[in-house]
Write a protein that binds this ligand. Structure first.
Ligand code: XUL
Ligand code: CO
Length: 441
């Protein structure tokens, strides 16, 4: 089999003092951090779409990187992508991958032909996974947004025919996920949203989306799927208003339709910031509500208002992310999928390696610092003390349900002015403690 990256060796951990750009400075897969090996804590995944297919095409220009992998026909390219993906994963020590059905194999003349061609590719992947059981599927999904038939949405299309077509596509994508042993299936609402309410029956569209999700869960369970379903919130892009705006909105949706037992969140950093939240905020809302599932690791650009899907290099963000992951008890079925692409100008194929190394090392640093934050305990202790009035006296009575509104009125009248019960939030002190922890690794 052809080797695609002859000049790239297996990437090893060489420690922070190494100047070799093709080495990990912080990611040491077998080192135990926070009670598990870094490999188990981080569960890195390769995204098939960006890594194997993304060629740098944007609104203003064609691709800058050739991602045909030396082949010409769509069939040949699909198979070569599998070989190249396995080589990239092996060289980076990445065990998981994620795909949309159409990343693996494109659409052909009919749905039947498309499905048949997809089967051949997934058979090939299954064969390669059998030969190398370190390679695992984190999650699969269906690309129900790029074909013109999905211009008004898929599960939220005004056309019942389009809804049925997307259901058929999702059925097949679920089968592919189950066949490859995936423990996650993602719904990212590609065009599930609207441009104007002047032409939109929002209530029907959302009821229909829930119907599609319910059918998918029922079918997947019927063929033995035991993993999680995820919704990946995003507030806008491609539609002006995406229904799965953010974690809180999605929670309301899941609870309204009784889907909360089967679904968790796949939180993407750049989607969080598009919703005007921090990455940590979205993770915290998911954790607090028991729906933390998986992560799409990337970052946006502070000065750009769209989904730039950059490889994560911001240590504060990865630290606070890994703090939330550790506090949630770590990943179960989920992991860290690099839904990220090299910039269009980073067009050489070996930029794939530099990008992943940057992302993996930044998350490894984040994990190390987050574990240290927890061991250090100063920040957690500050938060605990800040809420200490809820553990005794009137606070405990409110929490236990003993205190009524009348009791509280009586308490307040007796107590008089309470401004002196407040203490400083000490934000700057805490930020400085975090810096101190960060730079005394
Ligand atoms: C788009 C996005 C998707 C999903 C999977 O913004 O994040 O790639 O992760 O469909
Ligand atoms: Co994503």
């Amino acid at each position: 089999m052809a080797e695609f990256f002859k000049d790239i060796p297996v990437i090893k951990y060489e420690g922070p003092n190494s100047t070799n750009p093709l080495s990990f400075k912080y990611y040491n897969p077998d080192e135990v951090v926070g009670g598990k090996t870094m490999k188990e804590q981080l569960k890195f995944a390769l995204s098939w779409w960006h890594t194997m297919g993304g060629d740098g095409t944007d609104m203003f220009g064609v691709g800058t990187t050739d991602k045909k992998w030396g082949k010409t026909t769509p069939e040949e390219i699909s198979f070569a992508k599998v070989d190249a993906a396995f080589e990239i994963m092996t060289k980076l020590g990445i065990e998981y991958f994620c795909f949309h059905d159409r990343d693996l194999s494109p659409e052909y003349g009919s749905l039947a032909e498309t499905n048949e061609k997809l089967d051949r590719v997934t058979d090939y992947i299954a064969e390669k996974m059998k030969a190398d059981p370190t390679k695992k599927l984190l999650w699969g999904t269906a690309k129900c947004f790029d074909h013109p038939r999905y211009m008004h949405g898929a599960g939220t299309s005004p056309s019942a025919d389009v809804f049925a077509y997307s259901a058929a596509q999702i059925k097949k994508a679920v089968e592919a996920t189950v066949k490859l042993g995936g423990n996650g299936y993602v719904f990212w609402g590609g065009r599930e949203g609207y441009e104007t309410l002047l032409n939109t029956n929002m209530a029907l569209e959302q009821d229909n989306m829930a119907r599609l999700m319910k059918m998918t869960v029922d079918y997947a369970r019927s063929i033995g799927y035991k993993g999680d379903f995820y919704i990946e919130p995003k507030p806008k892009e491609p539609t002006k208003h995406q229904y799965d705006f953010d974690t809180a909105t999605v929670l309301g949706f899941l609870r309204k339709y009784g889907l909360e037992k089967d679904f968790k969140m796949n939180i993407e950093a750049n989607h969080a910031t598009l919703a005007m939240h921090t990455f940590q905020h979205e993770l915290r809302v998911a954790r607090d509500n028991g729906v933390f599932g998986s992560i799409d690791a990337n970052q946006g650009d502070m000065l750009l208002g769209w989904d730039t899907d950059q490889f994560p290099t911001n240590i504060y963000d990865t630290t606070l992310c890994m703090y939330e992951v550790l506090k949630a008890g770590g990943f179960t079925n989920g992991g860290l999928n690099f839904d990220a692409k090299a910039r269009r100008g980073s067009f050489k194929l070996d930029d794939i390696f530099y990008s992943y190394i940057a992302g993996m090392d930044t998350f490894a640093l984040g994990l190390r610092i987050a574990a240290k934050m927890i061991d250090d305990g100063r920040i957690d202790k500050f938060v605990e003390d800040r809420y200490s009035s809820w553990t005794t006296g009137i606070g405990a009575d409110i929490i236990s349900g003993k205190a009524t509104l009348e009791d509280l009125e009586k308490y307040a009248l007796e107590k008089g002015e309470v401004v002196d019960s407040l203490s400083s939030g000490r934000q700057e002190m805490l930020e400085s403690i975090l810096n101190n922890i960060m730079f005394s690794l």
